[in-house]
Write a protein that binds this ligand. Structure first.
Ligand SMILES: *Cc1c(COP(=O)(O)O)cnc(C)c1O
Length: 451
């Protein structure tokens, strides 16, 4: 075992040593499918086969010029934490087991402090922002029940009657969550955004709230960092509307919450703590490996109503319910450990530096795009995403041709903004520097010439 693990460690170190220079998205053909062997090949042979057949077609998503979606890398400390998560293989769901849950609670406290949240916000680890949004909406659903004198957790979503979920530019995971929760995608009411923006128009939101007043309390999903243009709703303004209209305020701050780490940008998430539930992804800008996100809420009692998993063998609910009673999963890994390691190793300052460097890189690429005649910025660079398109004839086909031309050097993903096909370059990897930004700008310019 020690020798085999040493071999794998050396292999991982070699992968990481060349990740910045490998093709970002390899063009090599996929391997032929292989069948399961009756006899095991052994770990060394498995490693050799993985290296030969599969590694050449994996992307450098952990590297510095993978700018698609919103993709974090893995800090060295987070990688160490992830290795040790599997080494210890704890099931962090029950107090009948060791201290895993306590480590998770300590880590949640650090995250609260990182994002400037009060200790009224109770946190739990989930697998990603989609699950975090879904858990937040599940608690919101139970709150609606409380307002209407029913419990959807006991009697089903049908006991609620019609539900309205208001949002300006909600992430696609919100309707997905509503579908899973039996509320239905059509519960979404799309509220107009401010002119030329993805931030919700506050008077329009108030109008929508007034219009639905007869139907009783509803859910508002506010956005702190939209994926296309990283726009932020006025969280404090939205929260103040609760004085006149009863609603559950869920904030999707999947990566936008990290604005709190930068003194120059913290105002963007002013009021975040006022939310009833909050979604923050960790496998994006915290740079821990997949799968990791956190879900905060001020109503862990309602969360327990939804997710309690009452069984004599699992342990009591009590005042501090076990994790098994708080999220969709029962058994799961000690998900907090990678986050614990990276926060302990680099501290608030280390993660502030990562956040600010990513913002600086996005600014620099935004300036570069602005200076390239064939390209056009579609929004100012507010945080870490550059959203742009072709100055002439910006079709999806031409944008795909552009990204294919430069796939060895950088990875960008397509989107559509206000009906205009566009590209996004999202900066959230701890390794990315302005040298990389320069290379991306040069690759864009070269690809343009070949269009
Ligand atoms: C990425 C993202 C999500 C979904 O996150 P997953 O981790 O992919 O589930 C939700 N909301 C926003 C704003 C995001 O950026």
């Amino acid at each position: 075992m020690p020798h085999l693990l040493e071999t794998v460690r050396q292999h991982a170190a070699d992968v990481l040593a060349r990740i910045a220079e490998q093709e970002v998205v390899p063009a090599a053909p996929l391997p032929e499918p292989a069948s399961l062997s009756v006899q095991g090949a052994g770990l060394q042979a498995a490693l050799d086969e993985f290296a030969a057949r599969w590694e050449p077609v994996l992307s450098a998503s952990a590297g510095p010029r993978y700018l698609g979606f919103v993709t974090g890398g893995v800090t060295p400390a987070a990688l160490a934490g992830d290795w040790l998560t599997s080494t210890w293989d704890q099931n962090a769901f029950s107090s009948l087991d060791g201290a895993g849950q306590h480590l998770e609670r300590e880590t949640i406290g650090w995250l609260r402090s990182l994002f400037g949240l009060s200790d009224r916000q109770h946190g739990t680890f989930v697998s990603g922002a989609t699950m975090s949004n879904t858990v937040g909406l599940a608690i919101a659903r139970e709150w609606l029940g409380e307002q209407r004198g029913v419990s959807p957790a006991e009697h089903g979503a049908g006991s609620l009657g019609a539900v309205r979920v208001l949002s300006g530019a909600a992430h696609s995971s919100v309707p997905k969550g509503l579908s899973m929760l039996g509320l239905g995608r059509r519960a979404m009411v799309s509220v107009p955004t401010r002119p030329g923006r993805e931030a919700v128009d506050l008077p329009a939101l108030e109008h929508a709230l007034a219009e639905g007043e007869a139907d009783g309390p509803c859910i508002v999903v506010a956005n702190a960092g939209t994926v296309n243009t990283v726009d932020f709703d006025d969280l404090r303004g939205i929260a103040a509307l609760r004085e006149r209209y009863p609603f559950w305020l869920h904030v999707d701050a999947a990566f936008g919450a990290f604005a709190a780490l930068s003194p120059d940008h913290a105002h963007l998430v002013d009021g975040l703590d006022l939310a009833d539930s909050i979604c923050v992804d960790l496998h994006k800008w915290l740079n821990v490996p997949y799968d990791s996100a956190v879900q905060f809420t001020r109503r862990p009692d309602l969360q327990t109503s939804v997710f309690q998993n009452a069984a004599a063998y699992l342990g009591p609910l009590g005042d501090t319910p076990d994790m098994a009673h708080l999220t969709p999963e029962n058994s799961r890994r000690l998900r907090a450990l990678a986050t614990w390691f990276t926060l302990r190793a680099y501290g608030r300052d280390g993660h502030r530096e990562i956040t600010e460097r990513c913002i600086g890189c996005a600014r620099a690429l935004g300036d570069a795009v602005d200076g390239i005649p064939g390209l056009r910025l579609l929004a100012p660079v507010r945080l870490n995403v550059v959203c742009f398109t072709l100055a002439d004839d910006p079709t999806a086909e031409r944008l795909t041709a552009l990204t294919e031309q430069m796939a060895d050097e950088a990875f960008l993903t397509p989107t559509v903004l206000d009906g205009v096909p566009a590209l996004r370059a999202a900066f959230s990897n701890w390794q990315t520097t302005e040298t990389d930004t320069g290379r991306v700008a040069a690759a864009l310019q070269a690809a343009l010439h070949k269009l």
